[in-house]
Design a protein around this ligand. Structure first.
Ligand SMILES: Nc1ncnc2c1ncn2[C@@H]1O[C@H](COP(=O)(O)OP(=O)(O)OP(=O)(O)O)[C@@H](O)[C@H]1O
Ligand SMILES: [Mg+2]
Length: 227
């Protein structure tokens, strides 16, 4: 089933956070999910060792350049969704994972400097499309945005992406304490303790909208009706 790859050469763009949010939301909806943690720093594997990882979510962290394609293919056979979290720096795992992606998601913060790095990630997707003679759908997702204000810079960057034919998700993952807290307490957004973390319902709503939009995009890309 579909493979979603989180990629960006920009460190701290929000790849691992967005990958865990997507995977846990899909798991909460009842799907069997695999996350492949392809970052040698293993942020997702660390999260998975904390309490509360959903039963239906499997984390694989022992992939290498030699094995990643095989692991993606075999997980895609059994899981409803495979989510791959890549490291920021260049590694051969990046093109290999992209070659198997049904969707490459490129998280970016809403500044011009960050957007430049997102463009580099899009260029890399295009290179893999040529190398593998494949169409690899890709989209930018704004992360760490403010729920309250919408800076002009963000609109300007969005307009520029649109002019260049780059798909930008409508849902932005706002800057939320709950998203950081996932990596401190483990588990899912739904299981966070309101005594420890503020505004969990808004974080859940935002995460669900993100998961819905990704699933809708995958369906549309596959040409399914009613998507
Ligand atoms: N939507 C968000 N709300 C709050 N904090 C966030 C959000 N997204 C990311 N962060 C925080 O920003 C930092 C970087 O995020 P993250 O580790 O997900 O980025 P990354 O792209 O995976 O980084 P790397 O390139 O190092 O793998 C982390 O401290 C994380 O908690
Ligand atoms: Mg990361």
């Amino acid at each position: 089933m579909p493979t979603i790859v989180f990629a960006s050469p920009k460190g701290g763009a929000g790849k691992s956070t967005s990958a865990v949010i997507l995977a846990t939301e899909l798991a909460a909806a009842g799907a069997e999910i695999t996350i492949i943690d392809a970052d040698p720093n293993k942020p997702v594997a660390r999260w998975s060792r904390l309490p509360g990882k959903p039963q239906s979510l499997r984390v694989i962290d022992d992939v290498t350049e030699k094995t990643i394609i095989r692991v993606i293919d075999s997980e895609a056979e059994r899981a409803a969704f495979v989510v791959v979290d890549l490291e920021g720096t260049a590694s051969r795992m990046v093109p290999y994972a992209m070659s198997r992606a049904d969707l490459v998601l490129i998280p970016t913060r809403g500044s011009v400097l960050d957007a430049v790095e997102a463009v580099a990630a899009i260029r890399e997707v295009k290179q893999q499309e040529e190398a593998f003679r494949l169409h690899i759908p890709a989209a930018v997702i704004f992360t760490n945005t403010s729920a309250a204000i919408r800076p002009r810079t963000l609109s300007a960057i969005e307009a520029e992406f649109a002019e260049n034919g780059v798909h930008v998700l409508k849902t932005r993952l706002h800057e939320r304490e709950a998203y950081r807290a996932l990596f401190s307490f483990g588990g899912t957004l739904e299981a966070l303790d309101p005594a420890n973390v503020r505004n969990i319902p808004a974080a859940i709503e935002n995460a669900q909208a993100f998961a819905r939009e990704v699933v809708g995009l995958l369906r549309r890309n596959r040409g399914e009706v009613n998507a």
